[in-house]
Design a binder for this molecule. Sequence first.
Ligand code: ZN
Length: 234
Amino acid sequence: MGTGYLDQLKQEAFEVNMGIVRERLVVLTWGNASSFDRTKGIFAIKPSGVSYSLLKWQDMVLVDLDGNVIDSKLRPSSDTLTHLEIYKGFSSVGGIVHTHSPWATIWAQACKSIPILGTTHSDHFNGDVPCIPYLVKDKVENAYEKETGIQIVKFFEEKKLKPIHMPGCLLSGHASFTWSETSSQAFENAIALESCASMAYHSISLNSKIKFPKYILDKHFSRKHGVNSYYGQK
Ligand SMILES: [Zn+2]
């Protein structure tokens, strides 16, 4: 594994970390993104507490799936173990974005899933974006970040949700995580989530009895995702 390769992984993670700031999904340092190479078992993630204005791609921290930091003086994001557990639990995921973007966080703080109300949401998320319950006290006190990741994976298993069909979630009282096969797609999902969260809030305030038909959801999701997709250029 050459240095060039690891530099590329760092650059990928850096681009997404800067992207979430540029798209106003992050204020201060309330967010982090990572990029994973499953064949090497290594991901690159933002360093902890470094201001985005000072961030360089060389600062991205490489971590393996045992949580070992590879060749860096900087400590990785405090949320690293959440990313790690998601990579371990979701075998199709290659990029993760965590932000406290305001609209998604409003739903998370209200402990409510974002309901599926229209086709914009359907293009990215195949149903309500779930809000996962608060972690219990013991888990928060002992291994908060690791338990957060474990709880996300367990929730998806229990609800039989496919991470690629539902590429994100809310955490009660906290904020959102999105993911995808690549970090740039996870970034897109973070933008989509924030936009859908805002639209859902406003749509419900106009009509609290919306019943968006499942056949329209199915049509929109499947034309962009899966074997029969036909959206975009061949
Ligand atoms: Zn957070």
